[in-house]
Design a protein around this ligand. Structure first.
Ligand code: BGC
Length: 764
């Protein structure tokens, strides 16, 4: 190995630290970094600088050999989708040993809900409302990814969305700005740890900046048109929270915002991100987004597209080679200056510096002569953690006559297209997970009941009978197994099986490919073939438990009428089947709460809890004609934001406020006593919402401001205290100033967003 750049003097740094405190040490470190990069850039040619801006992956049009040649020529800055140590080492050697300046590459990948060990999809993780559990998933993901040689994850996805039709809702943490912001912080810290250069941490690249979750009609890649007030109030805070938590990188979204694609959006990337938020890291375009500026209709050709992107502030360009081709031309034409390229290059080099790659470009790769290991070895998996997070992510939606938990006795009929699917339970961004290592629901139930109860099985139906949808789902890889028997035969078999059982556990919903990138749905119900199956099962008169597997809020009004119990399990990862069994049999008492409203029908969308009131709000007790409602649908959600049942019951006392008023610099405490009134130990999430009753701008009927997850033994109670300060009352005004207004506020505390206790105070 040739070396490279010895960066600084560790001893001097430690001394500086001890003598002058952390901030001076940090400043020294920053100076050292700047000096190092400056020196390096002095020696770089223009082509080499542009090469640093190129993020590539191996594909049919760009072979490994061609990439290796380009790396040696200094034309590549980073790679994605190369995910094993030997492959990464092979590439790194080209850069470090055979390129002129030996600048290491950095390696990125979509580590979204786990790496080798797969955790529940993000929407599921958010349902846990358990920041420690989410941090654990992030820490393990980082360790596993870093151990494979990766340096950066395209995660967390902190897009707020109110759109269940959007397939990528599954990748988000739901509709709430406060919950998503807290998760954003936790995940950035979990990925990056205290020291980004440590070989078990990876850089976070938050995405998709910005507002991707607000695509019109929930159709993927569609446009976004939004008032600045709404942006700053409801959509931008999670990105800012991730930036403030130290995210090293930001991925730019594919959508346009008010007519300007994010990739060409100088206001977004420079004014907001760099100037207002003081982001110092690296920006990355999304896959092919620079080239897509042509189709967006803001660039005539690749030449213009590259110009717009570099001017807007896109540093690292993913997938297309437009920077490599066009930036030299643009420079010659003086459309851009060398300083434009230097700035982008500096950000990329700084990321590599922070990752410690200049000190040791092989730090994440072990020694060259280390014995090789099986990337997918069972011993690398963190099954216990995956199971523990998975069961926390499940939400009990219905439990008539306490049908659940089930007893491990008698005969259970496990029926449905998802029951034995190991692929679906892994979810959609489980790219490095191995399907065969996943525990299906059937396997989980089988293990839990071995020697105690009898399990029967029938598939009952394909996920859908719509051949065009099946073709769509299997268009890239054959991920959906198709049973070629007739629908009637399959249902008949299932009914026969059900007749011999005491209880039916129907595992139904969506296949993972239905809730993914480019998987928007105009209909958010369970496909007809599965409804037909449920109808037939219901007709047997046996108790019916629905285990729902899906990646978005579904419209479940009909299912809610048929089923005796419903458990939302999302796509729960490697240990999903065991986690489902834990919950169904009561070895774990469900504690998940919905991070997104479940509407009754798709026509109600967008439906979210923190809406404004209108001048003619609908009142269920006095509906009236001229009120804001749908006359052909029951109004309000089927399941509200924050909702989720338990096998025990809880009560919440009235709210006691420490004072009827709050001064701008003061604080107020709101207390409730939460009691477990049932017979089992259980956890619940105590949620505090606020409402600004009268303000210069109409304010939401409720906004989540704090929450606490508590565990209570049966019969026990606990006082829960929340502190409210002026910060909780601030909002964006029409001039985008962020401050509170004196006046009356309502405080609501409850175990979901709809059933709450209420109190008032005044901000002086
Ligand atoms: C997605 C990103 C992802 C990237 C790289 C894009 O299509 O929008 O979320 O990180 O691909 O895989």
């Amino acid at each position: 190995m040739k070396t490279l750049y010895v960066v600084g003097n560790a001893l001097a740094l430690i001394c500086a630290n001890a003598l002058a405190g952390d901030s001076t040490a940090l400043l020294d470190k920053e100076h050292e970094k700047a000096a190092f990069i400056k020196d390096l850039m002095k020696r770089m040619t223009l082509e080499e600088k542009i090469g640093q801006l190129n993020l590539v992956s191996v594909g049919p049009d760009y072979t490994k050999e061609a990439i290796m040649a380009d790396i040696r020529a200094g034309k590549v800055g980073a790679m994605f989708n190369t995910v094993t140590r030997p492959d990464i080492r092979q590439m790194q050697v080209q850069a470090v040993e055979h390129s002129r300046l030996h600048i290491p590459l950095l390696y990125a990948y979509d580590v979204i809900h786990g790496h080798r060990t797969v955790f529940p999809i993000s929407l599921g993780m958010a349902s846990s409302w358990d920041l420690d559990a989410i941090a654990l998933s992030g820490r393990i993901s980082a360790q596993e990814a870093a151990a494979d040689g990766l340096n950066l994850t395209f995660s967390p996805t902190v897009d707020i969305t109110r759109e269940p039709r959007w397939g990528r809702v599954s990748e988000t943490f739901g509709e709430d700005v406060y919950l998503t912001s807290r998760i954003a912080e936790v995940l950035v810290k979990a990925y990056q740890g205290k020291d980004l250069s440590a070989p078990d941490t990876i850089m976070a690249s938050l995405k998709h900046f910005a507002l991707y979750g607000a695509v019109e009609g929930g159709r993927d890649y569609n446009t976004v048109d939004m008032s600045p007030q709404r942006m700053f109030q409801d959509y931008l805070p999670p990105y800012q929270a991730a930036v403030n938590a130290g995210a090293g990188s930001v991925m730019v979204s594919l959508n346009a915002i008010n007519g300007i694609p994010s990739t060409a959006n100088k206001w977004l990337l420079k004014d907001v991100l760099r100037e207002q938020w003081q982001f110092k890291g690296m920006t990355i375009s999304d896959h092919g987004a620079v080239n897509e500026l042509i189709k967006h209709g803001v660039a005539q050709n690749g030449h213009d597209a590259a110009l717009l992107a570099i001017r807007a502030g896109v540093d690292l360009n993913m997938h297309d080679d437009l920077y490599g081709k066009e930036l030299p031309v643009l420079l010659k034409e003086k459309a851009i200056t060398p300083a434009d390229i230097d700035e982008a290059c500096r950000h990329v080099l700084a990321a590599k510096y922070d990752l410690g790659l200049f000190k040791d470009p092989y730090a994440y790769l072990g020694k060259a002569d280390d014995p090789s290991f099986d990337t997918n070895a069972e011993s690398r998996l963190h099954r216990d953690a995956s199971r523990s997070v998975a069961r926390k992510s499940m939400v009990l939606l219905k439990n008539e006559r306490d049908l659940l938990p089930l007893k491990k006795q008698g005969t259970l009929a496990v029926i449905g297209p998802m029951a034995k699917s190991q692929r679906d339970i892994m979810g959609n961004w489980s790219a490095a997970g191995v399907t065969a290592q996943a525990v299906s629901v059937y396997q989980g139930l089988e293990r839990a009941t071995a020697g105690k109860a009898k399990l029967l099985y029938a598939k009952g139906t394909n996920v859908t009978n719509d051949s065009s949808v099946l073709a769509y789902l299997n268009s890239y890889d054959p991920s959906v197994d198709i049973d070629h028997r007739s629908a009637e035969d399959m249902i008949e078999e299932a009914v026969e099986v059900a007749k011999h059982a005491d209880v039916i556990v129907a595992v139904v919903g969506e296949s993972q490919g239905m809730a993914h990138e480019a998987s928007s749905r105009a209909d958010i119900t369970i496909p007809t073939s599965q409804r037909d199956l449920l109808k037939a099962l219901k007709a047997t008169g046996k108790p019916l438990v629905l285990v729902l597997m899906n990646g978005r809020p579904l419209a479940l009004e009909w299912e809610n009428q048929q089923a005796d119990a419903m458990l939302e399990t999302w796509f729960s990862g490697t240990e999903g089947g065991n986690a489902v069994a834990d919950v169904l049999f009561g070895d774990y008492n469900p504690s998940g709460k919905l991070p997104m409203t479940f509407p009754r029908s798709v026509g109600q969308v967008p439906m979210y809890y923190n809406h404004l009131n209108t001048g003619r709000p609908f009142n269920p007790l006095d509906p009236g004609k001229y009120t804001s409602r749908y006359f052909d649908e029951a109004n309000g959600p089927l399941f509200p934001f924050g909702y989720g049942l338990s096998y025990t019951t809880f009560t919440v006392s009235d709210i006691a406020l420490s004072s009827p008023s709050l001064s701008k610099n003061g604080q107020l405490t709101a207390r409730v006593t939460v009691k477990n009134t049932g017979k089992r130990a259980g956890e619940t999430v105590v949620q505090l919402y606020l409402r600004d009753v009268v303000a210069s701008v109409s304010r939401p009927v409720k906004e989540l401001k704090h929450f606490k997850k508590v565990m209570l033994q049966p019969g026990k109670q606990q006082e829960i205290e929340f502190t409210i300060t002026d910060d909780d009352l601030k909002f964006y005004h029409s001039d985008l100033q962020y401050h509170s207004e004196p006046g009356d506020f309502n405080v609501y505390i409850g175990l979901d967003s709809a059933n709450v206790k209420e109190q008032q105070f005044t901000l002086l």
